[in-house]
Design a protein around this ligand. Structure first.
Ligand SMILES: O=C(O)CCC(=O)C(=O)O
Ligand SMILES: [Fe+2]
Length: 266
């Protein structure tokens, strides 16, 4: 069955992460922040071989569609075993990313966390669940042939319940992207105003059927080092990588009230 979501011709976007653009994204006044060259290309290049090695060794259980370094909150939301693994492995994933992958250089999600803590008037901190630190950042890799189904990232899940989030902002820093014309774009469709309706449309594995959504409303092929931030209630998916590979460092910003600290998690 076709899924009708309100179609906007162009998503409004800001080109730099600043006090103002962050506040506008948080308030829902702008759709995207697309900040080119946020993370230095030379640091992306240094990390890539180590990411490939670690991703090939890691087991990701939610899907074979792409690889992931660390158990994500999306995976944790599937069942209680995953949720326990998520909390139990967060610290070791962070140490792996910080020490082994970025080798003492500031990782993209650590840099982002410092920036948003300083830019948002009420600060930003890693999310906690019953006193346990959640994962502040994750690395994902799409080898040739990989994609991600269109989906939203839900706020209404047990691990986030105590925060009563009003918005969940997706954050990605692109460490590697395919050459133009070889896929790997992030495609956007409309916003789901009800998570319950989204859940009723979900596939058995994860996300939605691309064919039920029709053509994307908007699509972005980021460059190496680019930062992209968007409301994760907007349906988004990764177009199949035809050639080359795609690597991201990702996290989310959880928004509560307009004068509360942000929480970060992945
Ligand atoms: O890798 C991307 O471009 C988007 C990944 C994603 O689904 C997200 O950040 O929520
Ligand atoms: Fe997502």
């Amino acid at each position: 069955m076709a899924i009708a979501l309100r179609h906007e011709e162009n998503l409004s976007h800001e080109e730099k992460l600043t006090v103002d653009s962050l506040a506008r994204l948080i308030r829902g006044e702008v759709e995207l922040i697309w900040h080119r060259g946020y993370y230095p290309a030379v640091l992306c290049q240094q990390a890539l071989p180590r990411i490939t090695t670690e991703c090939e060794a890691a087991g990701y259980t939610l899907t074979d569609d792409f690889q992931s370094l660390g158990t994500s909150l999306g995976e944790a939301a599937e069942n209680t075993t995953n949720a326990e693994r998520y909390l139990a492995t967060a610290a070791e994933t962070t140490a792996l990313i910080r020490q082994k992958i970025f080798d003492g250089q500031l990782s993209p999600t650590d840099l982002l966390r410092l920036d948003v803590d300083e830019l948002w008037p009420y600060g930003a901190t890693v999310a906690r669940y019953r006193g346990q630190t959640m994962l502040p950042g994750i690395i994902r890799r799409w080898p040739g042939g990989a994609h991600a189904n269109p989906h939203i990232d839900q706020r209404d899940i047990p691990l986030l319940e105590s925060y009563r989030l009003t918005r969940r902002i997706g954050v990605n820093v692109y460490l590697q992207v395919p050459e133009p014309g070889n896929g790997g774009e992030i495609d956007f469709w409309g916003i789901f105003s009800s998570e319950a309706e989204y859940v009723s449309r979900k596939r058995a594995d994860y996300g939605l059927d691309r064919t039920a959504l029709g053509d994307p409303h908007f699509s972005v092929l980021p460059g190496q080092g680019d930062l992209l931030m968007f409301d994760a209630a907007r349906v988004h998916g990764v177009r199949r990588v035809e050639r080359g590979a795609r690597v991201t460092a990702a996290c989310f910003l959880g928004v509560r009230g307009t004068s509360d600290p942000l929480v970060l998690f992945a």
